[in-house]
Design a protein around this ligand. Structure first.
Ligand code: NAP
Length: 336
């Protein structure tokens, strides 16, 4: 099968097409004929050597896929061969065929193309795990999303709005991206390049602060974000692009009963991810099918052009998700 692999670490020039043997399903797994695959920031981090695949996981990049099941282990009740699904995978997405744990599969939402379906798993699993589970966002609370037009940010904002009736605030770096944040439901958007962005966010909360903050920057943002939390607030870190270390006031944590937490999803076992899949299927998938939650696909590239897709991420030019069209039927709606 054709795959895209990394030949060393570096810029998009290390991506290369290659031939690899067809992967075989183990217990609890299915093999998809991949129609489309998502491109995510962690793929870029892996390319740079900053986010290696967990032990035992293929070195082929790609964390989400959509396609048709072509083989399933005997112990898998669903999905079965012929089913159109999308799936979260720990690697192997940039390929014509890919293995997924059955627990991490979800049906392609009714009316969605494979391209749209491939844009969903990584960002919705991540947003659910961090905002709903770890962040414990409750009805009517206020959520601040750093980088509102990131794939994860857009998913987080919409889950918060539609499932928690939350007030959503976002940061973003350009007028165009800020407009998209507002269109997607953010009631206040702040440019994080303004030195006084924390004061601007605080003003938007009427001085109270946010209940949950979802952040991928870390470093010097961390204390600013702790300062921005309301009493009992939760700061959830999903990356540390600014710096892995931060100096913080531990006093703030016990005086205002704050929670500082975070996660990476990739190395968690299928049973853990399967619980998130079940929650998404029950609560978010119906809203996607009703058009109440949307996915924003800002670019589609052929598998052979995966380097061009990653270059868009390198330039931070994406708004929402980039997807690879792997098979000729990538744009088709299964059963449509
Ligand atoms: N822990 C996990 O399990 C997990 C899983 C998936 C992704 N992630 C992380 O989650 C983040 C989003 O992933 P993605 O694939 O959706 O990313 P993405 O589309 O590449 O978006 C990156 C975002 O970071 C924002 N950003 C850059 N510099 C910033 C700053 N100084 N302050 C605030 N925001 C800033 C960008 O905002 P502008 O575009 O407005 O500049 C952009 O929205 C990434 O950091 C990724 O590494 C973590």
């Amino acid at each position: 099968m054709r795959v895209v692999e990394y030949r060393g670490h570096g810029g998009p020039e290390v991506l290369a097409l290659a031939e690899r043997p067809l992967p075989e399903c183990g217990p609890g797994q299915v093999r998809l004929r991949v129609a489309a695959a998502g491109v995510n920031r962690p793929d870029v981090q892996q390319r740079k050597g900053l986010y290696p695949p967990p032990p035992g996981v293929t070195d082929i990049p790609g964390l989400d896929i959509a396609g048709v099941v072509e083989a399933a282990a005997p112990d898998v009740a669903w999905p079965r061969p012929g089913d159109a699904v999308c799936a979260l995978v720990a690697g192997g997405g940039y390929a014509e065929h890919s293995i997924a744990p059955a627990l991490q599969c979800l049906p392609v939402p009714r009316g969605f193309s494979f391209i749209e379906a491939a844009s969903l798993p990584e960002v919705f699993f991540t947003a659910w795990n961090n905002v709903m589970d770890l962040g414990r966002l409750a009805e009517g609370e206020t959520l601040l999303v750093q980088g509102g037009t990131s794939g994860v940010g857009l998913a987080a904002m919409q889950l918060a709005l539609r499932l928690r009736g939350a007030t959503v605030l976002a940061t973003s770096s350009s007028a165009a991206k800020q407009a998209v944040c507002r269109q997607m439901g953010a009631t206040g958007v702040v440019d994080y390049r303004d030195a006084d962005w924390p004061q601007q966010v605080r003003a938007l909360t009427g001085g109270r602060g946010a209940d949950v903050i979802l952040d991928s920057q870390g470093g010097d943002y961390t204390q600013a974000e702790l300062d921005l939390l309301a009493p009992d607030g939760r700061l959830v870190l999903i990356a540390s692009h600014r710096a892995p270390r931060a100096e913080i006031s531990t006093r703030d944590i016990y005086i205002r009963r704050l929670t500082l937490t975070g996660s990476t999803l990739r190395a968690r076992p299928p049973a853990y991810k399967g619980r998130i899949a079940a929650a998404l299927r029950a609560q978010a998938w119906p809203l996607l099918e009703q058009g109440l939650i949307r996915t924003l696909v800002c670019g589609v590239h052929p598998l052979a052009d995966a380097a061009a897709a990653q270059a868009v991420l390198d330039g931070n030019r994406q708004i929402g998700k980039l997807v690879l069209a792997v098979a000729p039927d990538a744009a088709s709606v299964p059963g449509g």
